[in-house]
Structures are given as C-alpha cells and as structure tokens.
Design a protein around this ligand. Structure first.
Ligand code: F6P
Length: 409
C-alpha cells in the first residue's frame, strides 16, 4: 500500500434488507465528516434506480437463480465499488459502500477491486420478528412500491429478503470487521488488524445518535382531573386545546416520525400533529404505555392511600422499586421503555427528527436514559403537560432543554 493510501478506508456495509445498514452508514458519514474527513456513501439501491429504467421492486429481480437479473445486479454493484474506488483515488478519505454484500463472492470482488485501500466490513443484524415487520412495512412505503397494494408490497419485500437469505454468509474470514446488533447498538463480534479510525467508528456505531427528539407528555385527561392512575381516559377540553397548541407549535418543524403509546390520550395528540404536518407517520408502541398499575388501575391516589395503606407506604418508602400488585415498577418499566426507544431510534435513524408522545412515568424513564439521575430520583422528575423536552445526542454531547409550547398553566 502506498503511503498516501495508508489512511484511506472503505467501509463496506453488509446485511439483509431492513437491518439498518443505511442508517448506520449515514450515522458514520455524519460523524466522520465532523472530523474534517472527506466521506461519501455509495448506495447500490440508488444506482440501481438511476440506471435501470423499469421498476425493480419485484422480488423476482433478486432471485439468485435468475442469471439475467444476477448479471444486472453484479454490474451495478461493480460500478458502485469502482465509484467508491475513484473517490478514494481522488479527494476521498473514507468511502462507505452501502449494499447487502451477503455473499462471500461479492465481498471478494470488493477486496480485490479495493486492494490499495484499507477495508472494514460492518455487518448489521437484527432478528426481532415483531419489529422487523414494522421495518419491512416502512420499506414498502418507498416510491418504488407505490404501484402495489400495501399487503402485496409487504409480501413482495419479504420474498426479496428470503432470496438474500438463501445466499447469506456471515462475516468471519474477512480481515477486518464489526458485527453489530443494529437495534441495540451492541457489538456482537469484531476483528481489527490495524484499521485507521477503527475505534472512532466503533464508538460511533455504539453511541446514541439523535438529531432532534421532542419528548412530549399528553395533555390533561379526565383521569388527571380526578387524580386517577392508569386507565385509558380521553383528553379533556383543556387537554385538546393543549394538543392543538402543541401541533401549531411544531407546524414548521421538520418531523417525520411520531411515536405514541397505544393509549387514546397520546394518539389523540399525534392526530392533531398530523393535521398540521400531514407527512408524519404515527407508530403506536406498547413499549411506551404508561407504568402498569395492575390491580390498582383506575383508582385515585386518595383511594390508594385509604384503601391500601400498606401499598401506599411501601411505595412512599421506595417508589422506584415498588411494584403494583400484578403490575410494574419503575425498575421493570425501564426495560420496555428502553426497548421502545431503541426501536424508535432505529426506525427514524436515517431521517433524524422524531417525537415521542408518552406519559409521566414513561417520560421520566426516557429522560433518565439521557441524563444521569440517582434511581431514587427518577420517579419524581417533573414532567409537565404544557412543556416538552428537546433532546439531541451524539457520542460527544447530549443536550436536554425544557421548552414551553402552551399558553396554559
Ligand atoms: O398521569 C397520571 C399517571 O400517568 C398515571 O397513569 C401513572 O400511574 C402516574 O402518572 C405515574 O406517576 P407516579 O409514579 O408519580 O404516580
């Protein structure tokens, strides 16, 4: 390798469709660009859509036994690899090839075409079935599927994944690689034989990457008025006014994804936002449902104190660890909220800005995941209904600001 090339690097993404490759590629691009490096992503799919005029969304195009389409796909892949090589030959410091690269043969081609440069493979895996369904659904909203009914597009994409699975060989013989659980941002396997920027890239992959997260609590409900816990109460007139104020406040904000719980009070807010920003997609996640108050569901705090004095006292003594009979504690709530947040970050990854509309307990947990808090303080964090939290996070900094949106209170 010539001295000039010694620090030049090609990062080669690898993984089945809908496993977060593009999100991670973009995350690496954004973060390495901040290091004053010339970085560019080379995406096979973009090239395919540019060069092939007919629609290539049909799963048959990905059939590994169809000689004709295999040839076309190999040609596209080679152009992409060579574009990346040209970039490294000229001003590029780091090229990122964003493609499935699931066969060893394809990876061998990459290695020989880029023999003058360092190569790091990054395999993205994620096999959480329920969640994958949501990921596949979002893929089928792409323009190339617009001619198909929703269910047909969904089945089509699943068959495409099956074809890729047929030839899939995990990384293991390649000289340098990172295998990442791309939902949980956890490194599963790695090998580094002296790749430049390796530790930086590793840090980027495992870190939270949030452009803008707007964390909102639902407005006033009938249960709030009566000081009742749990339930699935509707918003009051005041709660609806808060929702409208919130929606107006965000009217001009660049938001793509809104995550709610499955409860009426959070979905109602998201629907108001959709009136102001019609392009948003709403995802109701059970993971963001309020702390499960079990046998105490729907009772008021006064009833809890008078009818269940022992419970009331135990809760008072250690609110974080207190578990409602047949329900949850803040400690157990943390696990599922954390999973919900990971899913939300994964889905919104390559567009960046998102909103979560949650509940008092849920939002306390989300905040505690970004700022250090003693666990005993977490169940007391102030979560108002007329203000929201604006969170941004990279591997270097985290910023949390509380902002007012409503004329109420
Ligand atoms: O808004 C009421 C509520 O969301 C209840 O449903 C929930 O049990 C409670 O707040 C959580 O707050 P705390 O743990 O302080 O009672």
């Amino acid at each position: 390798m010539k001295a000039k090339e010694r620090k030049k690097l090609c990062i080669v993404m690898m993984g089945l469709p809908a496993r977060g490759k593009s999100t991670h590629a973009k995350k690496i691009l954004e973060n390495l660009s901040k290091e004053n490096l010339n970085v560019k992503v080379f995406n096979n799919g973009d090239l395919r859509r540019k060069y092939i005029k007919e629609n290539t969304s049909s799963f048959e195009f990905y059939n590994p036994d169809n000689q004709k389409t295999v040839k076309v796909r190999e040609e596209i892949a080679l152009i992409n690899i060579r574009n990346a090589r040209e970039y490294l030959r000229s001003k590029g410091d780091i090229a990122i090839i964003d493609a499935a690269n699931v066969t060893r043969k394809r990876r061998q081609i990459v290695i020989s075409e880029l023999a003058d440069y360092n190569i790091l493979f990054v395999e993205c895996v994620n096999e959480e079935e329920d969640f994958l369904n949501i990921c596949v659904e979002t893929k089928t909203k792409l323009l190339e599927f617009s001619h198909l009914p929703k269910q047909e597009a969904y089945q089509n994409f699943l068959k495409r994944i099956e074809y890729y699975k047929k030839r899939y060989v995990h990384l293991s013989d390649e000289p340098n690689y990172i295998v990442i659980d791309s939902l949980n941002n956890k490194i599963l396997k790695e090998k580094d034989e002296g790749i430049p920027y390796y530790h930086l890239i590793r840090d980027i992959l495992v870190s939270d990457w949030i452009h803008n997260l707007y964390l909102v609590r639902h407005g006033q409900t009938y249960f709030n008025l009566e000081n009742r816990i749990g339930g699935d109460s509707e918003l009051t007139e005041r709660g609806m006014r808060q929702a409208k104020d919130l929606a107006k406040h965000f009217k001009k904000t660049d938001i793509h994804y809104v995550f709610t719980s499955t409860k009426k009070r959070t979905i109602a807010i998201a629907e108001e936002i959709k009136i102001q920003i019609p392009d948003i997609e709403i995802f109701p996640f059970e993971e963001f449902d309020e702390i499960d108050t079990g046998d105490c569901d729907s009772i008021s705090y006064d009833e809890l104190r008078l009818s269940y004095p022992n419970l009331y006292e135990t809760r008072f003594k250690d609110k974080y660890n207190f578990t409602y009979p047949n329900g949850e504690s803040y400690r157990t709530l943390k696990g599922r909220v954390q999973l919900g947040l990971k899913k939300a970050l994964f889905l919104s990854g390559d567009v960046g800005n998102m909103m979560i509309i949650g509940h008092r307990g849920v939002n306390r947990i989300i905040l505690s995941l970004f700022e250090f808090r003693n666990v005993e303080d977490v169940p007391y964090i102030y979560i108002p209904q007329d203000k929201y939290f604006h969170i941004t996070a990279t591997q270097y900094k985290k910023l949390i600001e509380m902002k007012k949106f409503s004329a109420f209170d």
